[in-house]
Design a protein around this ligand. Sequence first.
Ligand SMILES: [Zn+2]
Length: 76
Amino acid sequence: MKNLEVTCPKCKKKFNYYSSAFRPFCTEKCRLIDLGQWLNESYTVPASKITVEEAEQLEQLLNEKEEPSDEEDSTH
Ligand SMILES: [Zn+2]
């Protein structure tokens, strides 16, 4: 059996990548926690694969949240 030691992105615990059915997470719990955060905070990009379209949508969300506040200064 292959043995590849990786670190769970959620709990930082080391485990054998090939022994987990929930990789890249060590357990279902970690995967569900991460999935829950992904759904609640749609701008938190999971480490695993997303499509190009999803990436573009996320970039738009991020850009909307980072609007410069220069206009506030001109009102003075
Ligand atoms: Zn974990």
